[in-house]
Design a protein around this ligand. Structure first.
Ligand code: SF4
Length: 321
């Protein structure tokens, strides 16, 4: 293979190795596409981890890797579950055995704490040989994000809190979400998590956005400002895409999708924006080198120019006044 000359440098790389998670978490910022396509090519995601955590400074470096893992199916021995659990074990081995000095921060995203617990229990019960790798792996994990939180999962939180530095709630605000009906639940969740990322519901990149999505999002935040204790409010981080869309009107620049940020779909294809579902509907790439090659090729393309959010800027202004 011909050596690629300069190192590819990224800030954030999202890895989504399996399509199944899109079936459970519609609208989540990593898993928003329910798809019939089954182009899983999870070997590519492992090879990318190998590249980043073992041969870094050669082909590619990134400051942060976010790995999104989907729920396991009911029925303990389904072949898909085994495929996903084995993938997780291999990722733990790759990351946990890295001896490089400056490896990226690792963020994990799961549907809920029970899913996280099932993955980790699998390692403890069935892969005791990975004990040391698992300890080293967890040292590199700085945030575990959960898309769904039930307060009845409290025991899991207590257990999880012993091994996770920071639990983040990926809180999706749909256009019809009613905070007034939910405020007590939100308060309880904010008591147990370290942070919440309030995600603006978005349609795929080139599609028109629901005109109520931004007004409802901003009104939800205003309601929280009035009704939440400041110590809970300060745990909430607002959607960066909204800021980028607003900044665009002042600076002419939007987000850094493709430039600093890349999302690797289950078929190994990269897109800059995690809402650009064109990545998932194309056929798989051959290997991780092709993924890196495609990321490089896309770097000169500013994906934000297809983003529909700036068109809703007037809605933001109206809501803020
Ligand atoms: S292009 Fe950028 S701002 Fe627009 S949805 Fe994608 S990541 Fe967000």
């Amino acid at each position: 293979m011909q050596k690629i000359l300069s190192t590819l440098r990224l800030k954030t790389m999202f890895l989504q190795p399996f399509v199944f998670c899109s079936n459970k978490c519609q609208g989540c910022y990593l898993k928003s596409y329910k798809t019939k396509h089954k182009f899983n090519n999870p070997r590519i995601h492992l090879d990318l981890l190998q590249e980043i955590f073992h041969t870094q400074k050669d082909l590619m470096v990134t400051d942060q890797v976010t790995i999104s893992l989907n729920s396991l199916f009911k029925g303990k021995y389904s072949s898909s579950n085994h495929q996903m659990l084995r993938w997780f074990a291999k990722a733990i081995h790759i990351i946990g055995t890295s001896t490089l000095d400056n490896t990226p921060e690792v963020h994990l995203t799961f549907h809920d704490i029970i899913t996280f617990s099932k993955y980790t229990q699998y390692i403890k019960k069935h892969r005791p040989n990975l004990f040391n790798d698992y300890i080293n792996f967890m040292k590199k994990v700085t945030v575990v994000s959960l898309s769904s939180i039930s307060i009845t999962d409290n025991t899991f939180y207590r257990r999880a809190a012993q091994i996770i530095d920071k639990v983040n709630w990926n809180w999706l605000i749909t256009p019809d979400y009613k905070i007034e009906d939910d405020i007590e639940y939100v308060r309880e969740i904010l008591e147990v998590v370290n942070s919440a990322y309030m995600i603006l519901y978005k349609n795929p990149l080139k599609q028109e956005q629901d005109s109520n999505s931004i007004p409802n999002y901003i009104n939800t935040y205003k309601y929280l400002e009035k009704n939440l204790e400041p110590r809970l409010l300060q745990k909430i981080n607002t959607d960066r895409c909204l800021f980028h869309a607003c900044d665009y009107h002042k600076s002419g620049f939007g987000c850094s999708a493709n430039i600093n940020l890349t999302h690797i779909w289950p078929n190994g294809r990269p897109t800059g924006c995690p809402y650009n579902s064109s990545g998932v509907i194309k056929t798989s790439v051959v290997d991780y080198l092709q993924t890196i090659y495609l990321i490089r090729g896309q770097r000169n393309r500013w994906e934000f120019d297809k983003c529909q959010l700036p068109k809703l800027y007037q809605e933001v202004i109206k809501c803020l006044n």
